[in-house]
Design a binder for this molecule. Structure first.
Ligand SMILES: [Zn+2]
Ligand SMILES: [Zn+2]
Length: 314
């Protein structure tokens, strides 16, 4: 399985700022002042050697994750990251024009990218939508009501099929098993577990793990069990998580606890808070690494910060 991250930010698209750009620039210039560059390749080598906080961005697009399993394309959520995914598909002239789109829930940050997804307007594209919420087509129509968006859903010329996906059930598409489970979030969110070729990928965003009884917690540990990669809602710091009970999000610490119990190999911190800068997100990551080392000294868990453009090969 190949996983590509097109949108990793939570709640609202978050463009970068001049302030953040200048903070990075001043740190890079300080480091560069100790170097001597003869050629462009010296410069490229220097850029590659920098801390990821300085040579890349976390990205401001809201959730959209692409999974290629064999020749089958799965897409999880249609946040604003779906726009660059569409551009990529058209630019690369990928002949595979069918995809299977799974929706966690229909809060704006998970569906807004659809109307800017250019393949959605092209008749040769075949879109299969799956949502355990049941009335997904109606919800998309509501988003495209003329008062809120100028183009209605039925004006988008791609071939669209809306599939029923019963809560807590599975489907098999071209040998790929995809299961869903309910997550704790206002209006319900759904997580997805993908099993293919002996590998397991779990996409579980917009979820809170407080106030759980043991049975509910165990159900989720079971859903995450032995995942090779787990995309996890780590929007908050631990302090914010305590202050924001019932807001429906979680922290990297909760992710570490769950990942350890479920024997996950790689935990991918996702749905970053729009008010956190790249530096703040990376310091939350540092805290999660410390939390992991302090609480689970014997462990093989890898923790990663989700960044736009990142790829994972399982
Ligand atoms: Zn969200
Ligand atoms: Zn939400």
């Amino acid at each position: 399985m190949l996983i590509r991250l097109w949108g990793v930010r939570g709640s609202i698209p978050t463009p970068s700022t001049t302030k953040l750009y200048r903070q990075k620039l001043s740190k890079v210039l300080r480091l560069a002042s100790e170097k001597k560059f003869e050629t462009d390749s010296d410069i490229n080598e220097f850029i590659e050697s920098l801390d990821p906080a300085l040579n890349s961005v976390i990205g401001g697009n809201t959730p959209c994750v692409e999974v290629l399993a064999g020749d089958t394309r799965l897409v999880f959520d249609m946040g604003s990251g779906m726009r660059p995914l569409g551009n990529f598909l058209l630019d690369s002239k990928d002949p595979n024009t069918e995809m299977h789109v799974f929706i966690s829930h229909t809060h704006w940050d998970h569906i807004q990218g659809w109307v800017f997804f250019k393949p959605g307007f092209i008749p040769s594209y075949k879109m299969n939508f799956y949502s355990p919420h049941g009335n997904f087509e109606q919800r998309l129509n509501a988003q495209q009501d003329f008062r809120f968006f100028p183009v209605p859903l039925n004006f988008m010329a791609s071939h669209k099929e809306f599939h029923d996906f019963t809560p807590e059930s599975s489907v098999v598409i071209n040998g790929i098993k995809i299961s869903n489970t309910e997550l704790h979030h206002p209006g319900k969110s759904y997580g997805y577990r993908v099993e293919y070729g002996g590998k397991v990928f779990v996409y579980a965003t917009d979820s809170e793990y407080n106030n759980f009884n043991t049975k509910r917690y165990e159900r989720l540990v079971d859903f995450f069990k032995d995942a090779d990669a787990l995309i996890f809602d780590a929007q908050y710091s631990f302090d914010q998580e305590i202050q924001r009970i019932d807001w429906g999000h979680s922290s990297a610490f909760a992710g570490v606890d769950l990942a350890i119990q479920a024997n996950v190999k790689e935990l991918i911190l996702f749905h970053h808070d729009p008010d956190n800068t790249d530096f703040q997100i990376l310091s939350l990551y540092d805290l999660s690494i410390k939390y992991l080392a302090d609480n689970y000294p014997q462990n093989n868990l890898t923790v990663t910060v989700a960044r736009e453009g990142a790829e994972f090969n399982l």
